[in-house]
Ligand binder design. Structure first.
Ligand SMILES: [Zn+2]
Length: 174
């Protein structure tokens, strides 16, 4: 079920919501318009000195146990760089530097039966300080040879598209 189908009541007054379009709900009581638009996330692809790619194992749903790249949802007021640095610090306790933005990939984040539209902003980055350590939301991490990455169960289709582009140097999904 898409998120827009899951929402029944106005977040402002509690009145019933009516679906006006594929991304707009309107309250029948107070006329409040509630837009269901994508939530941006900030994630990074990190390589080590052997040209291997860092992946993390997801500790929580959705896609618990699948491989993912480190990152997470942006918070209000954050820039991409601030969000990416915060997420990687929270998950792996290392500091990073963004080298360049790879792209913005539409995706769905399934949570408790509702598919949330999201937009994965993904950059290439390098670790500048700290020792990798499993801290939050992940149960493990590992560097993989580029030839092995796409054989793995990758958590999100957008992340898989970004990894495919990164490894093949071909833009197809951006
Ligand atoms: Zn209302």
């Amino acid at each position: 079920m898409y998120l827009i189908e899951a929402y029944k009541f106005c977040p402002k007054c509690g009145g019933a919501l009516e679906k006006k379009s594929h991304n707009l709900l309107q309250c029948l009581q107070c006329s409040y318009e509630f837009w269901v638009n994508p939530s941006p996330s900030a994630s990074v692809i990190i390589e080590n000195d052997q040209n291997e790619v860092l992946l993390v194992k997801r500790a929580v749903p959705p896609h618990q146990g699948a491989w993912d790249i480190p990152g997470g949802f942006m918070e209000p007021g954050e820039s991409f760089i601030q969000a990416a640095k915060r997420e990687i610090r929270e998950e792996l306790e290392v500091e990073i530097e963004i080298t360049h933005l790879l792209g913005a990939y539409p995706d769905l984040y399934s949570y408790k039966g509702a598919n949330n539209p999201c937009l994965s902003l993904i950059a290439a980055a390098k670790i500048t300080s700290g020792e990798l350590k499993v801290a939050d939301d992940v149960s493990g991490y590992r560097y993989f040879a580029k030839s092995k990455v796409l054989e793995l169960q990758i958590a999100f289709t957008g992340v898989r598209a970004a990894l495919r582009e990164y490894i093949s140097h071909e833009k197809t999904a951006f």
